[in-house]
Design a binder for this molecule. Structure first.
Ligand SMILES: [Zn+2]
Length: 386
């Protein structure tokens, strides 16, 4: 039986490379987790997700409890089997989605009552119910049910919300059934107030979790405030625990957060962008609907080995999106997830090699450049597949 733990391999400043051992396998960190909202990473087969190098994926409690229902997933062998992902799965608590429902939800000290966005039926999530659902799904890593206030908000409101989330964290921990190789993460709240963040870390480490997440960021505060909040928060988390920054972010956000000691990330950006014709590359993003790609026989990126880049031209991707063909979102999601995984592999390797500062400077200089010039990337033709 594998015990759940994070072990360090190398460090560079505050950045760490390591391994996360779980009941469902070991994941190299820092790692990016593709989002599989309703038990599928949209437009991707799980073999395709695996081929990008992803080691762990995310599932959403809110969506899965409504459809198909946690008990049905349990009866069908758990989420790993249901979605064909034997590797580790992290589930969110449903809190973030429920809080985003606005007038469809009613918050009280015990939990949240809400109406389904699908059929208007009434449901309730409490710290206990959220923890039970994540157990029924067989999540490798369960998250605490918490409230995430939108920023900016008065410090007093953020403090009140954070303290309620800490009381809920205690109830989540009491409801969690420990199993070898499984984990539950506490979520640090407190907005961008350093004292509140510190108070939240103390409350959670007093309870004691296998890992700690930084929540309540990337909700409109901007990158500078996000980084300064990480600067005063990450160092307070026990060094031997994995650290997860929730819902972040752009490639530049990931790099900056890794430099500040974060190990795990999730974000819908690469998958959502893939469905809306936006391609991530080493030189920023491209809109594949743009007419300038219509006759471009080059691949999206000369550094990518995904099927979109190794088999197809920019002109073909452009054509697929202009004709609304389903293959466009499929290929571009594959490409974007490949880019995110390659980015994380590169950062990880640089931490291990002791070259992170140079690597980070190189990445940032490349992002600031505009596409590749035809001289740099001539590729007159994509060679035909034999
Ligand atoms: Zn590609």
């Amino acid at each position: 039986m594998t015990a759940f733990r994070w072990r360090a391999q190398a460090r560079s400043g505050h950045a760490r490379a390591g391994y996360l051992d779980t009941a469902h396998g070991t994941v190299a960190t820092p790692t990016f987790m593709p989002v599989g909202t309703v038990g599928t990473v949209k437009a991707m087969t799980m073999d395709a997700v695996r081929s990008t190098g992803a080691g762990i994926v995310l599932g959403n409690t809110y969506h899965l409890m409504l459809r198909p229902g946690a008990e049905r997933v349990r009866a069908l062998g758990g989420l790993h089997r249901f979605m064909d992902w034997p590797g580790p799965i992290l589930t969110d608590s449903g809190g973030f989605q429920v809080m985003s429902l606005g007038p469809l939800r009613r918050l009280d000290a015990d939990g949240v009552t809400f109406r389904s966005h699908i059929d208007g039926s009434e449901h309730r999530l409490t710290p206990e119910r959220s923890t039970d659902i994540q157990h029924a799904l067989d999540a490798t890593i369960s998250m605490c049910f918490d409230e995430c206030p939108a920023l900016p908000a008065p410090a007093e409101a953020i403090a009140r919300s954070m303290r309620m989330s800490m009381r809920w964290a205690e109830r989540c921990r009491a409801a969690f059934v420990p199993r070898p190789g499984y984990a539950q993460y506490g979520i640090i709240q407190g907005g961008t107030e350093p004292e509140l963040r510190a108070e939240s870390v103390r409350a959670l480490t007093d309870i004691g979790f296998e890992g700690y997440a930084i929540g309540g960021l990337a909700v409109g505060e901007g990158q500078e405030l996000m980084f300064s909040t990480l600067d005063v928060t990450v160092g307070l988390i026990p060094d031997d625990a994995p650290r997860y920054l929730m819902g972040v972010g752009t490639p530049d956000d990931l790099l900056g957060a890794v430099e500040r000691g974060v190990d795990m990330f999730d974000c819908v950006m690469p998958t959502r962008a893939g469905r809306t014709a936006r391609a991530y590359t080493e030189r920023g993003t491209l809109n594949m609907r743009n007419a300038r790609h219509a006759t471009d026989s080059r691949p999206i990126s000369p550094h990518c080995d995904c099927p979109a880049c190794s088999r197809h031209s920019r002109a073909y991707l452009h054509h697929l999106f202009r004709t609304n063909e389903i293959l466009g979102p499929m290929l571009l999601t594959w490409h974007n997830l490949s880019y995110y995984q390659r980015l994380m592999r590169g950062i990880r390797a640089a931490i291990v090699d002791g070259t992170l500062p140079e690597h980070a400077a190189h990445l940032r200089a490349q992002w600031a450049m505009e596409d590749w010039s035809p001289d740099e990337m001539p590729f007159p033709d994509i060679p035909p597949v034999p």
